[in-house]
Design a binder for this molecule. Structure first.
Ligand code: NAD
Length: 263
């Protein structure tokens, strides 16, 4: 628990599922005001259930539908958070998508979809929250959901890897630019975590084992383990931390091929 998160307002994009949902519940349990951004109408019921669950956990939550690729939707998201709770303190740019295609067959449409959701969507979330923090002299915190693929090349996912590599330097550049204003901008690089983005892959036991073999700690991460990293980064315990990519990957980026005398 981080006492200072109680009463803080946090926006989480793409928060009806997976890591965003785990972050929403974690911040709710910290007593925060949680703005659950969700993308599709089909997610309305699950978001309502989350709103109730967060109330039971001691927080307050609202759901706000919006598409992170749309400038007006991101502006509306920030406005709605401030109208509902009086102030915005933390922005978590989490929404992201991926699809597997050999790079020479990747359509421009697929490239644009992934870049506009994962990179442009996060840029818009950063820009709007920074503009709000500056205008209101708030020492806010921003967390961008990156990936180990800001470091590890990923064949068949070139658009995804490019988007996450972009998030790395976007985060560092913005952190440097706004450090004098005490606005902290960090990212989290999860390894392989058990969420809907991996559901198809993990249904296939062989593919799942192939992923586990890449993780020195020997298991697929839990969404709560990423939410815990987000809570720490947003809290005052991380008050001197900016421009960091916090890697939470069970050791995946440690060259697992070199384990146990190999190499
Ligand atoms: P997920 O598929 O459960 O979550 C993605 C969420 O983003 C969904 O709720 C989806 O509705 C939402 N979304 C998609 N397009 C959107 C849009 N245009 N506007 C608003 N919301 C939109 O998967 P997840 O694993 O929870 O992914 C969350 C983030 O974590 C992504 O950025 C992903 O790249 C990153 N990540 C995940 C893993 C992992 O192993 N699960 C690893 C590294 C990074």
């Amino acid at each position: 628990m981080y006492k200072d998160l109680s009463g803080k307002t946090v926006i989480i994009t793409g928060a009806a599922t997976g890591l965003g949902k785990a972050c929403a519940l974690r911040f709710g349990s910290e007593g925060a005001n949680v703005v659950i951004n969700f993308h599709s109408e089909k997610q309305e019921n699950v978001v309502q259930e989350m709103v109730n669950e967060i109330k039971d956990l001691g927080g307050v939550a609202i759901g706000v539908r919006g598409d992170v690729t749309q400038e007006e939707d991101i502006k509306a998201l920030v406005e709605e958070a401030v109208d509902s709770f009086g102030q915005l303190d933390v922005m978590i740019n989490n929404a992201g998508i991926e699809n597997e295609v050999p790079s020479h067959e990747l359509t421009l449409d697929d490239w644009n979809k992934v870049i506009s959701t994962n990179l442009t969507g996060q840029f818009l979330g950063c820009r709007e929250s920074i503009a709000y923090f500056l205008k209101n002299e708030i020492q806010g915190s921003i967390i961008n959901m990156s990936s180990v693929h800001e470091i590890i090349p990923w064949p068949h996912f070139v658009h995804y890897a490019a988007s996450k590599g972009g998030i790395k330097l976007m985060t560092q550049t913005l952190a440097l630019e706004y450090a004098p204003k005490k606005i902290r901008i960090n990212s989290i690089a999860p390894g392989a975590i058990n969420t809907p983005i991996n559901a198809e892959k993990f249904k296939d036991e062989k593919k799942k084992k192939g992923v586990i073999d890449l993780i020195p700690m020997g298991y697929i991460g839990k969404p709560e383990e990423i939410a815990a990293a987000a809570a720490w980064l947003a809290s005052s315990e991380a008050s001197y931390v900016t421009g960091l990519t916090l890697i939470a990957d069970g050791g995946m980026t440690l060259y697992s091929g070199f384990q146990a005398g190999k190499g």
